[in-house]
Design a protein around this ligand. Structure first.
Ligand SMILES: O=c1ccn([C@@H]2O[C@H](COP(=O)(O)OP(=O)(O)O[C@H]3O[C@H](CO)[C@@H](O)[C@H](O)[C@H]3O)[C@@H](O)[C@H]2O)c(=O)[nH]1
Ligand SMILES: O=C(O)[C@H](O)COP(=O)(O)O
Length: 347
């Protein structure tokens, strides 16, 4: 067996590994000036969804503007979607040179649902780039190579419609920093869900990361899940629509962000579950019949709006420090879904 045929054989039996070898890039592989030339008339929009990010958003905008808007003309449009911030996020972002749009003011006739999914979905209506880059605005130690790396495969590899960041993520609990302890929802929820239902996507190192880029045509062709279900939803839907080889990932090194408490991550995990369930249903991948998931009606527990709907109420428990008793809180988690933006445009 020659080396080539050995590789071809290995690729046939392990397509995820083959994809990973072929479609994993490094940010250092790409130079901003070379990417400017590779744009060939295409426009690039960078979108930062931001809810109460006054401490970080300014530095990110300033770095992008200085290096990739003024320094080299890689980014044509730099937009912060202000997602109902109650701090000075919008003013800071404007001061740093971004165009700021309020989430609630984009497509006002369609109403407004709180959450990150809505901010990303609506950003498509507020920007016009042929390629859209999403970056979280709570990133610390931000490096503009994030944007360069995400754009690299999209601008230089024909057939790639989407590129997701891969990185190490430290976990800082306020006392200690674990160098690779982050990504708790990723490891405990997203990875097992993908392994169970979309094993082709298991080569993605950070399936939940908020740093990714896509062609407008691709991003507008799929529905967007609400809130924190949006990222895994985009990954799954683009895979279903365009196939694995149209998706890429790029090594961005290390990503430091604000680590949320476990209770917030429970809600985020539920968003993942709901987004995945909706996609199992829509792509016909559900292994069960029409009886729904969760507790059956025989248990006397109502599941969602009817027995065919997934549950939408998350109950969190904690021991009250004063009374010493357990206290339970039920939260309605119904992030919803938005239709493909191209359908909205067509209307
Ligand atoms: O209602 C909201 C909530 C958040 N954000 C912004 O969205 C980004 C990510 O939110 P964050 O709360 O920091 O999420 P993480 O805890 O960092 O969650 C990770 O996992 C999520 C689920 O996949 C992704 O959405 C995130 O991008 C990813 O960083 C930040 O810029 C926020 O300001 C909004 O715009 N609107
Ligand atoms: O992506 C995730 O898994 C969640 O955002 C949690 O990330 P963290 O554990 O790094 O805070």
């Amino acid at each position: 067996m020659t080396d080539n045929s050995r590789t071809a054989f290995a690729d046939r039996i392990d397509p995820v590994r083959a994809w990973s070898t072929r479609r994993t890039y490094r940010a250092a592989d790409f130079r901003p000036d070379e990417l400017v030339a590779a744009k060939a008339g295409r426009r690039v929009s960078v979108v930062l969804p931001a809810r109460n990010e006054e401490t970080t958003v300014g530095l990110i905008v300033e770095a992008l503007r200085t290096e990739l808007v003024i320094g080299v003309p890689l980014i044509d449009e730099l937009v912060v979607v202000d997602s109902h911030s109650t701090d000075s996020t919008a003013a800071v972002a404007v001061g740093a040179g971004a165009r700021v749009v309020a989430q609630g003011e984009i497509l006002p006739a369609l109403g407004d649902v709180p959450g990150k999914g809505e901010a990303l979905w609506k950003s498509l209506a507020a920007t016009d780039g042929d390629i859209v880059v999403f970056l979280d605005s709570d990133l610390r130690e931000f490096d503009t190579d994030f944007a360069v790396g995400l754009l690299g495969p999209l601008l230089t590899e024909p057939g790639v419609v989407f590129c997701k960041g891969a990185f190490d993520r430290p976990l800082d609990d306020g006392r200690t920093v674990l160098p690779a302890g982050g990504g708790r929802v990723t490891e405990l929820v997203a990875r097992p869900l993908l392994a169970t239902h979309w094993p082709a996507l298991t080569g993605f190192i950070q399936p939940l990361g908020g740093e990714y880029a896509g062609t407008r045509a691709a991003l507008e062709s799929i529905p967007f899940a609400g809130a924190y279900g949006v990222d895994i939803g985009i990954l799954i839907d683009l895979y279903e629509e365009y196939g694995l080889d149209a998706l890429a990932q790029v090594d961005l090194g290390r990503r430091v962000h604000r680590n949320s408490p476990d209770s917030a991550l429970s809600v985020m995990a539920m968003h993942q579950h709901l987004a995945v369930l909706e996609r199992l249903r829509r792509h016909g991948r559900a292994a069960w019949g029409g009886g729904g998931v969760g507790l059956g009606s025989g248990d006397g527990v109502s599941v969602g709006d009817g027995d065919d709907e997934p549950g939408d109420t998350l109950t969190l428990h904690r021991r009250d420090a004063e009374t010493g008793e357990f206290v339970s809180e039920s939260i309605r988690v119904a992030p919803g879904e938005r239709p493909p933006m191209r359908e909205v445009r067509a209307r």
